[in-house]
Structure formats: structure tokens, C-alpha cells
Design a protein around this ligand. Structure first.
Ligand SMILES: C[S@@+](CC[C@H](N)C(=O)[O-])C[C@H]1O[C@@H](n2cnc3c(N)ncnc32)[C@H](O)[C@@H]1O
Ligand code: SF4
Length: 402
């Protein structure tokens, strides 16, 4: 059993982060994909849109106590498949949010869409109600692959959805692509990525397929390309993305200049966010009580709709102990190419940098991390061994109080 870490002896004041994000979870899909571990459920009957939107509003109302006079800078409506909801329902929800908090006039408002769940005119509807960014789940442009992945759309459907979104005025478009797919060759992965790039989205999320517990793929694993083949696909993909002006700013995120996802950046910079909807997670800094609170809502949509607005909707809450803050901060920040500034580490965690010794010096000496003035980040070499780096910050001795 792991030894208990000694508690840090001194914690420093933690100011309230200025930014606040809002995540809204929509838990239904047309069909469950065999690789997907998200809290998403196959809709076997019509989605109870109205009841769910009412539940979200009641849930938000209850979370207002965590806003602490801040305005909301970004909203991310994720799932599941939020594009199954009508623009009218999403508008009602956004209006209800706007009536209760101040939403920044330049707020980024993202909605996730599945190319198989957007009828004609819907994108225009989403654009008209103030959605500023669409994230389209493409996964692959090869029909056989899409079928094997259990997707409900073809490659042509995906291209049509992207072009329709662009015609509706969405210039801030993200495409989700996966690589390392069952039986995938380097050539077919390259073709997928070049097709995506050719459609000129502002942002591409390029995920390596992972086999997650609680999925069909976990119970019946498909044959995946070998590690070296996946590594070759990734390197080749990174080269194409760089060549076409998509800068990598996180492990799986690539963007044209100035088009990074602000909502996700706030997560990775260990910022504050509210989470409403079935199974949604929030993270809030309570500057008065000097603690960092994580809270999450009950997972099942039925139970969520029954309990939203009451204490019973809380699936759990936990104050992040000072001992865990450094690790949680690093798990997020080191995903970013930019790394982090030392003063931000202290502001977000209330801990001095010395609490990470001797693990920090060890990583710097071994060329896994690098430091330039007050910025610490992974080296190109360390970037490939993020798990190993994080592992070094786990043992008791490495997280002593400064
Ligand atoms: C929450 S899903 C929402 C997108 C939308 N529901 C869809 O699938 O069209 C976000 C993205 O996560 C990625 N994803 C989901 N499961 C994954 C897995 N096991 N490995 C890698 N990426 C995964 C997919 O690219 C997916 O588009
Ligand atoms: S459509 Fe998206 S959220 Fe739904 S099961 Fe498939 S990957 Fe998961």
C-alpha cells in the first residue's frame, strides 16, 4: 500500500480565479459507440427535451452560489450528442443562464454535433441563437471504418455536415478525428487527416483511440495497429498538421493561430468551472474558505431529472486536500505545450514550488521537463513520457511541504 504523504506545513492564500467556465452535459445519443466511455445513453424513446432543459435550469440555479460575482467566459455543451436537441431548447437554456449570471459579451459557446444527428437547417438555428463554435465528431472519413466504429453516419454525411456548418457561418469549427483505429494503415490515417485539413476547420482534435473500461471494445477488443505503427501515424499526422498551420497546443489539440478552445484551456490551466447536467463535474475555488471544491452530479439521466434543484442531485463532492493539489495541477498543465508559470502554480494550489522537490529537480536533470525563467514545461522528449513524469510526483518524499 502507498505510504501516506505528510501534509504540507504551509499553504499560501489562494485567490479566486477570474475566469469561470460552464459545462453543460447532454447525455443521449442515437446509438452507443463501442469505444465510448462518456456518460451517454442510447435514446430508446423520444428525448424528454423540455424536462431535461428544466432540470438543467434548476441545477444551474442551485450552482449560482459558486459563481462568486464572476462572469461566465465560456460555455461548452457536450455529451452525448447535444445536436439532438432543438435550437429552441438550447436557446431557452442559454437565455435562462444569461438571466441569472453575466455571460461575457465575447464568450465562446461551443456545441458538440454528430454528423448523423443534424437535420437540415439545424446549424443555422444554432448559429442564430448564439452558438459561436461547433465541434463535429467525424472520427474517420472511411466508410468501412465508420461502420466498424458503430457510427451512424457516412463520410459523405460528415463532409456535408461540415460544409453546411460553414455555410451557416461557423468559422470556428472543430473536427474530432481518431487514429490508431482497428486495422488502420498509415496511408488510411494520412488520408483521413488530409481530408480533414482540406476542409479547413479552425481546430482539429486528433485523438488516439484508447480502449476504455465499460465499453464494448473492452469486453471484445478489436485488433489495433501495433504501438510502433500508431507512433508512426501520430508523427506523420503531427507533421501534416504543422505544415498546414495547425499548432499543437495540447496532447490532442491543434489549432490555427488564435483558434485554441478557450473552454478547454481553462480546464488545463486548472481554472474554475461549473458543471450542470447528468454526471457533470465542476471545480470551484472558494477563496473565503480557502479550499478547492470538486463536485459532480448524479449520473443517470432519469435520476438527474428527478433530483435536479435539490441536494439529492449532488453525486458527490470533495475538497481537494493540499497534498493532492500539486499533482492535479500538473496532470492538467503539463498536457499543454506552453507548460505553466510558477506564480500560477502557487496561485492555483496555495503551495510553494519547493513542495514538488526532489521530483521537480529530478525531471529537470533528466531532460523530461525544462525551465525558462518562471515557465516550466515538458521537453519534446518528456512530452512522450507524461505518465512517467507524473508518476514521479506521486511518492511520499516528492511532495513535502516547502
Ligand atoms: C464526447 S465525444 C462527443 C462527440 C459526439 N458525440 C460524436 O461522437 O460525434 C467527444 C470525442 O471524444 C473522442 N473519443 C470518444 N471516445 C474515445 C476513445 N475511446 N478514444 C479516443 N477518443 C475518443 C471522439 O473523437 C469524440 O468525438
Ligand atoms: S456519439 Fe459520441 S458521445 Fe455518443 S456514444 Fe458515440 S462517441 Fe460517445
Amino acid at each position: 500500500m502507498a505510504e501516506q504523504r505528510p501534509p504540507p506545513q504551509h499553504t499560501l492564500p489562494i485567490p479566486q480565479p477570474r475566469s469561470l467556465g460552464l459545462y453543460i452535459h447532454m447525455p443521449w445519443c442515437v446509438r452507443k459507440c463501442p469505444y465510448c466511455d462518456f456518460n451517454s445513453h442510447q435514446a430508446r424513446e423520444p428525448i424528454p427535451e423540455e424536462t431535461y432543459i428544466e432540470a438543467l435550469i434548476a441545477d444551474f440555479e442551485q450552482d449560482l452560489q459558486h459563481v462568486h460575482n464572476r462572469s461566465v467566459d465560456s460555455i461548452f455543451i457536450g455529451g452525448g450528442t447535444p445536436s439532438l436537441f432543438s435550437p429552441e431548447s438550447i436557446e431557452r437554456l442559454l437565455n435562462a443562464v444569461g438571466e441569472r449570471v453575466s455571460v461575457a459579451s465575447n464568450a465562446e459557446i461551443t456545441l458538440e454535433a454528430n454528423p448523423g444527428a443534424v437535420e437540415r437547417g439545424k446549424f443555422e438555428g444554432f448559429r442564430n441563437i448564439g452558438i459561436t463554435r461547433l465541434s463535429i465528431g467525424v472520427q474517420s472519413f472511411e466508410d468501412d471504418q465508420l461502420q466498424a466504429l458503430g457510427r451512424i453516419h457516412t463520410s459523405a454525411d460528415a463532409v456535408r455536415a461540415i460544409e453546411t456548418a460553414q455555410m451557416a457561418g461557423f468559422d470556428h469549427l472543430n473536427l474530432d478525428l481518431m487514429f490508431g483505429l482497428p486495422g488502420q494503415s498509415l496511408q488510411s490515417a494520412e488520408d483521413d487527416l488530409l481530408t480533414a485539413i482540406g476542409l479547413e476547420p479552425a481546430h482539429i482534435s486528433y485523438y488516439q483511440l484508447t480502449i476504455e473500461p465499460n465499453t464494448l471494445y473492452y469486453r471484445r477488443p478489436p485488433t489495433l495497429p501495433r504501438d510502433e505503427a500508431v507512433w508512426a501515424i501520430q508523427r506523420c499526422g503531427q507533421a501534416h498538421l504543422a505544415q498546414h498551420g495547425y499548432g499543437q497546443y495540447e496532447i490532442s489539440a491543434y489549432a490555427r493561430p488564435g483558434r485554441q478552445c478557450r473552454h478547454n484551456l481553462n480546464y488545463w490551466r486548472f481554472g474554475d468551472y461549473l458543471g450542470i447536467g447528468a454526471g457533470a463535474h465542476g471545480k470551484i475555488t472558494d477563496a473565503d474558505g480557502q479550499h478547492i471544491l470538486r463536485l459532480w452530479k448524479v449520473k443517470h439521466p432519469r435520476e438527474y431529472m428527478k433530483t435536479a434543484g435539490s441536494d439529492a442531485v449532488i453525486g458527490g463532492k470533495q475538497s481537494v486536500p493540499p497534498n493532492d493539489r500539486a499533482m492535479e495541477f500538473l496532470m492538467n498543465q503539463l498536457r499543454l505545450k506552453e507548460g505553466f508559470k510558477v506564480p500560477l502554480f502557487t496561485a492555483r494550489t496555495g503551495l510553494p514550488l519547493t513542495c514538488m522537490e526532489p521530483a521537480l529537480s529530478g525531471c529537470l536533470e533528466d531532460g523530461l521537463l525544462e525551465r525558462h525563467d518562471d515557465v516550466i514545461r515538458c521537453t519534446e522528449f518528456g512530452w512522450r513520457f507524461l505518465d512517467e513524469i507524473l508518476g514521479r510526483f506521486l511518492p511520499t518524499e516528492s511532495l513535502k511541504a516547502g
